[in-house]
Design a protein around this ligand. Structure first.
Ligand code: AMP
Length: 563
């Protein structure tokens, strides 16, 4: 298929904000695409080159892109900057410059979807000496064959900034409509495969139903919602269970005979980093085939007490000296879920049954491979005692779980509710910054924080405190690679870095499109991308809810002061 045909679709998608219209455009398109192009076209429509399950970074940052566009368009820096400064958009700059290009290259080929995908998929593997030049040449080859519109969308795809308003839900509904299958089946398949390209192919072949869990292939994990307080959480379910909420690293353990896989919450294979967990899983799980989940924490060598997540994150990133790490930072697995056993899928069974099955197949190894602390009660006093104990142990809080609910992969459904102390911090994405002055010249001095709103991030405040000089520098280095737009001292980033932010209160604000601003935000920590990605950031809806709760509390306080 010609890339031009896909570009026509991009233009139509960009021209409307209506979701139904987008689904209409995409579903018609998908249903006509030839089978050999379908998976690629679906991924490119979602603005990605690799399926989510592979999580590969193309490794082309804004600066490199500027060089490539300049070179392909045959212009000097001044001419490039004239357009770039005016628009602040790399894609649009590429379009304009290629439009004005005087010399048409001879022997220009028409771009196909396959050429685009093939060249771009080669990028992440290029490493070592001369890698920049080889990367530049692959992208230049595409751009020099592109017409102005093609160039614009190519650049946007490479920078991960499509701006066509196609979120995962739209892809799901479009596949469903194109191939006359239910959106639920599409979503279920996506939760198991994490690859909309493959899901579309299966939908086209009518092979979605009966899609089986595969041992060794990660499943998207179920997520929790936040509850305002323990009472509300407890009252949300007829039959609640409470568990300690540990501050660690979610693992999904797959077992098939002696073979063990360990996957992170983001479905990365981390088996190599945790050889002792592999050993324990072999010993302690008394069944041949299963998938279980738990929270891995780091424990203090001397006291055996839990350590904060940062310690464990060193182990996750480690690729060598693993045995040394195992000795220095001992891990402990706390199991809380059972998804699959034998050849039976337990996802649609209630938690009560999953938990009792989990207990029956695990022979705990004290201090190493254990079941999470779990109580089942409706009694507020008992629940509060458990919650207080969790906090006094230095844990984050508790999880209140619905014993009657199924396991819903990939979703932040309300079957699990996390309860933490109030005015809890928010997880926000750094979407922009200002270059610092004076002592902070050369670094970013203040960061623009974004909360999630659909597939966009909207500003809710600026943060300039809570970081040491060293952290400012590290952050600048990290963020420089994510620049997508620069105007004067203001910079915009691809939304990738998530930080945990504490603040005094939420205020209404006309200064931000969101209508809210955080008062005195300060950074608590940079989130490990394994633990929290931009998709896990807090939403505007949540900020609004917190604002309303805060208002309720304040008027109550005022009322009691008046008495
Ligand atoms: P959060 O990351 O704040 O959205 O909270 C959800 C995460 O808490 C899960 O993904 C787990 O990694 C972690 N967690 C800790 N303890 C538990 C527990 N008892 N049950 C479920 N998740 C837990």
């Amino acid at each position: 298929m010609l890339y031009r045909e896909l570009v026509d679709i991009y233009k139509r998608l960009e021209a409307t904000t209506k979701k139904l219209e987008k689904v209409d455009i995409l579903s018609r398109f998908f249903s006509k695409v030839k089978k050999e192009d379908l998976a690629n076209v679906v991924l490119l429509s979602a603005g990605i080159v690799f399926p989510k399950v592979e999580q590969k970074d193309l490794g082309i940052a804004l600066e490199m892109m500027k060089r490539i566009v300049q070179k392909v368009a045959g212009v000097d820096k001044a001419e490039f900057n004239k357009i770039y400064k005016k628009t602040g958009d790399m894609g649009f700059t590429a379009k304009e410059l290629i439009k004005n290009k005087k010399q048409r290259s001879l022997g220009k080929k028409e771009l196909t979807v396959e050429m685009v995908v093939t060249n771009l998929r080669r990028l992440p593997a290029i490493e070592g000496c001369g890698s920049q030049e080889r990367k530049i040449s692959l992208v230049s080859e595409l751009l020099s064959n592109a017409n102005p519109d093609e160039a614009m969308y190519l650049v946007r795809t490479i920078l991960g900034e499509m701006r066509i308003g196609v979120a995962e839900g739209i892809i799901r509904d479009s596949i469903a409509k194109a191939f006359d299958v239910s959106p639920e089946d599409v979503e279920h398949a996506y939760n198991l495969l994490n690859d909309y390209g493959m899901v579309a192919e299966m939908a086209a072949d009518k092979k979605l139903s009966g899609l089986a869990v595969k041992i060794g292939k990660p499943i998207r994990v179920m997520l929790a919602e936040k509850a305002p307080d323990l009472k509300t959480a407890l009252e949300s379910f007829k039959n609640p269970a409470l568990e300690i909420k540990l501050d660690g690293f979610r693992v999904q353990i797959h077992k098939k005979g002696k073979k063990i896989w360990i996957f992170s919450r983001r479905m990365d294979d981390v088996t190599k980093q945790f050889p002792e967990v592999v050993k324990w899983a072999r010993e302690a799980i008394k069944t041949d085939v299963c998938i279980v989940e738990g929270e891995t924490i780091a424990v203090d060598l001397k006291t055996g007490k839990p350590l904060p997540f940062q310690h464990l994150s060193r182990r996750i990133q480690r690729k060598y000296d693993i045995e040394k790490m195992v000795r220095e930072i001992p891990a402990q697995v706390n199991l809380f879920e059972l998804i699959y056993i034998g050849n039976k899928n337990y996802m649609n069974e209630p938690l009560r049954k999953r938990w009792s099955k989990l207990r029956s197949i695990v022979k705990e190894i004290k201090g190493k491979f254990v079941l999470v602390e779990h109580i089942e009660t409706n009694d507020y006093n008992e629940a509060e005692k458990f919650y207080k104990r969790s906090l006094s142990m230095g844990e984050e809080g508790v999880m209140v779980k619905n014993l009657d609910a199924v396991y819903q992969p990939g979703k932040r459904v309300g079957y699990w509710l996390k309860v933490k102390p109030i005015m809890e911090p928010l997880d926000l994405v750094i979407i922009g910054a200002e270059w610092g002055t004076g002592k902070r010249a050369g670094w970013f001095g203040s960061f623009l924080l974004g909360a999630r709103n659909g597939d966009k991030f909207v500003p809710v405040g600026k943060l300039g405190t809570g970081l040491s000089d060293k952290e400012f520098k590290t952050m600048t280095k990290k963020l420089k690679k994510l620049i997508i737009e620069e105007k004067g001292r203001n910079v915009k980033f691809r939304p990738e870095v998530v930080i945990e932010v504490a603040y005094e209160e939420i205020q209404k604000s006309p200064n931000y499109e969101s209508g809210f601003a955080l008062r005195f935000p300060r950074m608590l920590r940079i989130r490990d991308p394994e633990d929290k990605g931009p998709g896990d950031a807090d939403t505007i809806a949540r900020i609004k809810k917190l604002y309303n709760q805060q208002k309720g509390r304040q008027s109550k306080e005022r009322g009691s002061q008046a008495k």
